[in-house]
Design a protein around this ligand. Structure first.
Ligand code: NDP
Length: 682
């Protein structure tokens, strides 16, 4: 079966023989990948034009909803993907990480969009700054989708997750993508991609796919485009230095190979929970996905007096890992992605043998498979007895079930060995000694994208050394490529153009749709709390009557709240403080402000939803008179669960002044406001 490519809104077959793709368990042919004859320059233009237009005009909020809808659609069809995934050599557990891990990333980003991103096609980044003495010139930053297309070039080991984790950020940012999965396992990426198109959820031009050689794709990259590459450092460097990329303003994110380590703490002797956790973690990282994981543990750093114990326990544990056909229930480790990958790993093993000793090769009878047809490899453990002089273990990455044991003396040596990987995606420390952990962790920081600490306190809930999480940064410095993916909303910045906006308060309010101090306020007879969500306009304002604070207010508030802090209660205690007299409680000022600005009559405001910022600038004493200005600052199109009342959140700027027009308190309060209808116009 020839895999069709999806470009220009059509499924198109290549016009040559293409590359045969094989089942890595049985050796049978699965599909053919072929990109010959495709007009890739046109495909890129199609994404840049139609894809960009369609995606960039959607709001962040809607793009988040789109990710959720896609994830739900794919989840319903997951069995189909599992059935195909077995052919790549992946066990059920391996496939779960790849398939459902990918969907999980979509869900996480859709949740982040709902909670933290605006219902506009652009995103205001950070606070407004006053750029002039009188506040007539303000500045802020906005982020808009970068005008161009993003090309993703993926490795063969995670054909689904690799594609979806990149799409989760590019689609949410509003940038179209052209996906090029690694050829050997592209038939699985293809199956998922086909359903994404079939779903009809994505706008036209949002995503395209080619399976097979990239041809002249990257020669056609232009200013504004980006490339997200995952694969070997050598390919990555070659692509990054292509003139079309290095000479144009094309952003390039690289996730390359990585000699990740795991350190067993000096305290973690046999018999401790940490020793057992370490053995389990290393075994899992060596055998999950048959060791074809960018985050797998390649270097096992162990106190020198525990080398023998670790070797014995680890090899015993590896002996228990049944290897074979991933379709068999007993199988715990499947095959490598193919015979070519097998050969590459063997070559790296030979290199490792030149300086270090192979101390374990867990060859065993395969379950329901044979070594002849499938790309099966037994786990292999090396020992590097002089890791400061024998460098091969810090240089050569065998992308399979291969790892090297090495001794250290103290925390400094452990960190120094960790750093010899010259830049890794992840390093873990397994210890229950916080001093050791702290000392080692911060020293390793410069060469690691992520540090994972495991011990008895978090073991039950821990996600594992090798699991990148959508809300945490995935990437690493130096050899690991210097890239950054995911990391929550940070992952979106790669696809967004940041622009400083400078202008008057009215101009900034108009652009950002957020009220800026100094902009015009709209006073009206109707109390702003009597307006439905749709009718509240940014700048709607209210000036309250004044309230004179009394001694009795201060005493009563202390009694009601039980807050008897000396500055509110004891006039004799104020020498050396910033107060001249007993001062009103800050929370009383805020409560009194609410008493002044709320409308008591039942109306569209459903509830107090919280407080974002609150600062007290001047003391308020008995006899002072406060007045409040309430201004609609921002509208957030999100409701809360429960009672099913369509609603949105309105943020109000609350400014409290005293009788001398001095600002005593500024806060942003949030109210949940009912909608007239579920759908609101932008
Ligand atoms: P490669 O570098 O050979 O290939 C990676 C991707 O680049 C594939 O999609 C490949 O396509 C593509 N590619 C190769 N040449 C070109 C070209 N001239 N133009 C455009 N695209 C090109 O890596 P492997 O497939 O061998 O993957 C294994 C490596 O990836 C390991 O070293 C591993 O460390 C690393 N890796 C890193 C990860 C990370 O997150 N840091 C994750 C997973 C793997 P094709 O398949 O068609 O050749």
């Amino acid at each position: 079966m020839k895999l069709k490519n999806y470009i220009h809104g059509e499924w198109i077959e290549g016009n040559s023989e293409g590359t045969k793709l094989y089942n890595s368990v049985s050796g049978e042919q699965v599909a053919i990948a072929d990109t010959s004859g495709l007009n890739l320059a046109d495909a890129l233009n199609y994404g840049r034009d139609l894809g960009y237009k369609n995606l960039s005009s959607m709001t962040f909020y809607d793009r988040g909803q789109m990710l959720k809808n896609l994830a739900l659609y794919l989840l319903e069809r997951k069995k189909k993907y599992y059935d195909i995934s077995y052919k790549t050599g992946a066990t059920h557990a391996d496939s779960w990480v790849d398939i459902e891990g990918g969907f999980g990333t979509f869900f996480t980003y859709s949740g982040l969009a709902k909670k933290m991103l605006p219902n506009t096609p652009f995103w205001v980044d950070g606070d407004t700054q006053k750029l002039s003495a009188n506040g007539t010139l303000l500045g802020t930053h906005i982020l808009t989708p970068s005008e161009g297309i993003s090309v993703q070039i993926n490795a063969y080991n995670f054909p689904v997750w690799g594609m979806l984790e990149k799409l989760s950020t590019s689609l949410l940012a509003g940038v179209p993508s052209l996906v090029k999965p690694a050829t050997p396992t592209s038939y699985l990426s293809h199956a998922v991609f086909e359903d994404m198109i079939e779903s009809g959820i994505l706008p036209e031009g949002a995503i395209q796919l080619i399976c097979g050689s990239a041809g002249n794709l990257l020669e056609n990259m232009q200013d504004g485009d980006s490339v997200l590459f995952t694969g070997s450092a050598s390919t990555g460097k070659k692509l990054k230095s292509m003139p079309s990329i290095s000479k144009n303003a094309v952003r390039f994110n690289m996730e390359a190979d990585s000699l990740n380590c795991s350190i067993l703490g000096l305290d973690a002797k046999p018999g401790t929970p940490e020793f057992d956790l370490f053995i389990k973690e290393v075994r899992n990282e060596m055998t999950t996905k048959a060791g074809q994981k960018c985050t797998a543990i390649r270097r096992i750093i162990v106190p020198e007096n525990l080398i023998g114990d670790v070797k014995n326990s680890l090899t015993k544990s590896l002996d228990q890992v049944k290897i074979g056909n991933p379709l068999s229930r007993e199988t715990r480790m499947g095959a490598l992605a193919g015979k070519d990958q097998y050969k590459e790993v063997l070559e790296k093993i030979e290199l490792l043998k030149t300086e270090t000793e192979l101390i374990y090769d867990g060859k065993q009878d395969l379950i329901d498979a044979d070594y002849e047809n499938g790309a099966f490899m037994s786990p292999k453990l090396f020992l590097n007895d002089s890791p400061f002089t024998k460098n091969i273990s810090h240089n050569v990455e065998a992308f399979g079930p291969v790892s090297t044991l090495m001794p250290y003396k103290d925390a400094d040596e452990a960190a120094a060995l960790a750093k010899r990987g010259k830049g890794s995606l992840v390093g873990s420390i397994i210890s229950h000694d916080n001093d050791f952990i702290a000392k080692t962790a911060w020293k390793m920081g410069t060469t690691h994208g992520r540090i994972y600490v495991l011990n008895r306190d978090n073991a039950k809930e821990s996600t594992g050394h090798g699991s990148p999480l959508p809300t945490m940064m995935h990437g690493g410095p130096g050899r690991a490529g210097g890239g950054e993916e995911m990391g929550g909303l940070n992952g979106l910045h790669f696809f967004l153009q940041k622009t400083a906006i400078q202008g008057s308060p009215d101009v900034l309010t108009a652009i950002t749709k957020i009220y800026q101090t100094g902009a015009e306020k709209k006073y009206a007879d109707l109390h702003p709390f009597q307006k439905f969500f749709e009718d509240v306009e940014i700048g709607d304002a209210l000036e309250t009557a004044g309230r004179t604070v009394t001694e009795a207010d201060i005493v009563n508030f202390g009694n009601v709240s039980w807050d008897h802090f000396y500055a509110h209660t004891d006039a004799t205690s104020l020498t050396g403080t910033i107060f001249d007299k007993t001062v009103a409680h800050g929370y009383f000022i805020l409560s009194a402000a609410a008493g002044l600005f709320v409308s008591g009559k039942k109306g569209p405001v459903i509830a107090n939803y919280g407080l974002e910022n609150c600062s007290f600038f001047k003391p308020v004493y008995a006899g002072d008179t406060i007045t409040v200005y309430l201004t609609a600052k921002e509208k957030v199109n999100k409701g809360v669960k429960g009672r099913n009342i369509p609603s949105g959140v309105v943020k109000w700027l609350v400014e409290v002044i005293n009788q001398r027009d001095e600002v005593v308190c500024v806060a942003t309060i949030l109210t949940l406001v009912a909608k007239k209808s579920v759908f609101i116009p932008l």
